[in-house]
Design a protein around this ligand. Structure first.
Ligand code: PGA
Length: 249
């Protein structure tokens, strides 16, 4: 299976920067080598989609509304993301959970809405430093996975990515140890089997995120139940993302 890299550009790039980075990367990544998903801000989605057309890169959004249509001022419909060329959508990122008050229930609705229009959700879960220090890491992650998949059954070609992103590791330069990440990935795998049935887990890929860089990426990818990585800082310029890709090869 080819490794997956999801690059979350957050609110860090202007639309001009985003299209420039996307165009440079489109020339670099070869088909079949890796699955590379670029997640620009909403405002750059259309331009990035055009810039990567025909390349090996895929497009994702950083969030979506929990309904296809409705009186939801400021929200973005998952159906419109598909129309713009997205195949993926990040959901439940810790910045949305902790800075913007997104709850497990909201994330669960978004997962269902995204699957309903054919998007692959990239569901983010992970404990805070307080949770970790209180010994609640496993319970928090298990609860987030279960809550997000309430009522979900994966059928046909539907896919789901789950990214374990310890909140204390995001943007701090302090990644989890690959062994700790692997322990949580095993727990996520079991929680997924409970929620989706053993056949459901065949539709799921598990990623690690949180201070992934060229020096540690290979070790994360070598862990069991680890199909890829979700990066912020290491994927926000063409040069950085190229370095990360080179480190995997
Ligand atoms: P980071 O961010 O790679 O900069 O730690 C990861 C993320 O926010 O998903």
């Amino acid at each position: 299976m080819t490794p997956i890299i999801v690059a979350n550009w957050k609110m860090q790039l202007t639309d001009d920067d985003a299209i420039d980075v996307a165009r440079r990367l489109a020339e670099t990544v070869r088909h079949g080598e890796l699955t590379v998903v670029l997640c620009p801000p909403f405002t750059a989605l259309r331009a990035v989609a055009e810039g990567i057309r025909g390349s090996a890169l895929a497009l994702g959004a950083q969030d979506c509304a929990f309904a296809e249509r409705g009186a939801l001022t400021g929200e973005v419909s998952p159906a419109d993301l598909v129309h713009l060329g997205c195949r993926y959508v990040i959901l439940g990122h810790s910045e949305r959970r902790h800075e913007l008050g997104e709850t497990d229930a909201m994330v669960a609705r978004k997962v269902r809405a995204a699957l309903g229009v054919g998007l692959t959700p990239i569901l983010c879960v992970g404990e805070t430093a307080v949770d970790r220090d209180a010994g609640r890491r496993d319970a928090v992650v298990r609860t987030q996975v279960r809550a997000a998949l309430d009522g979900v059954a994966l059928v046909g070609t539907q896919e789901l990515y789950v990214a374990y992103e310890p909140v204390w590791a995001i943007g701090t330069g302090r990644a989890a140890s690959p062994a700790d990440a692997a322990a949580v990935h095993a727990l996520i795998h079991d929680a997924l089997a409970d929620a989706l049935g053993a056949s459901g887990t065949a539709h799921v890929r598990i990623l690690y995120g949180g201070s992934v860089d060229p020096a540690n990426v290979k070790e994360f990818l070598a862990q069991p139940h680890t199909d890829g990585v979700l990066v912020g800082t290491a994927g926000q310029t063409a040069a950085r993302l190229r370095n990360l890709i080179a480190a995997i090869a």
